[in-house]
Design a protein around this ligand. Sequence first.
Ligand SMILES: [Zn+2]
Length: 193
Amino acid sequence: MEHPFETDQWPVIRARDFTHVTEKRKVRVIVIHSMEAPESAKTAENVARYFQEPDYSSSAHLCIDSDSIVQCVYDNDVAFAAPGANHDGIQLELAGYASQTPQQWLDPYGILLLNNAANAAAQYCLKYDIPVRRLTNAQLGDGTSKGIVSHSQVSEVFRKSDHMDPGKGFPWDHFLERVAFHRAARLKKLGGG
Ligand SMILES: [Zn+2]
């Protein structure tokens, strides 16, 4: 069955490194990252520009901060972000650090950032028919379950990198609640139609 839903058209700062895919990609996981960059209104744009540097060999689909979303890799291309879950993942980079406590993630900046990221994640849940849930490591490893995971889970399951973002303090319950909110709002706006 075709899913007609398409995401917003975000501003594009195209990354240098990605793999172009010609057939339609079967996306099953949304991978959450922290940029390891300071919280500011320009962090998404700044990190998107790092992804264009010749000596920077990673990328993500979206860079997200408190007031903007920048698309760095098109949805159907594979970003270089989380080995093991690149080919079937959408990679979201969030401003902030993996060392942040739940309180720091939920400060006034973080509330805006998480809402922005949840809005984007909700659109991918609709586009790829992904349920709003966090996968366990076993589900991530089974190769077929659909859901949302951290980069650290990808590292634990596939053992191809040691990145542990977005960290133990990431407020998953808050984030997933916002994703569900935005998903429902989008569906309502589409008028059930
Ligand atoms: Zn990461």
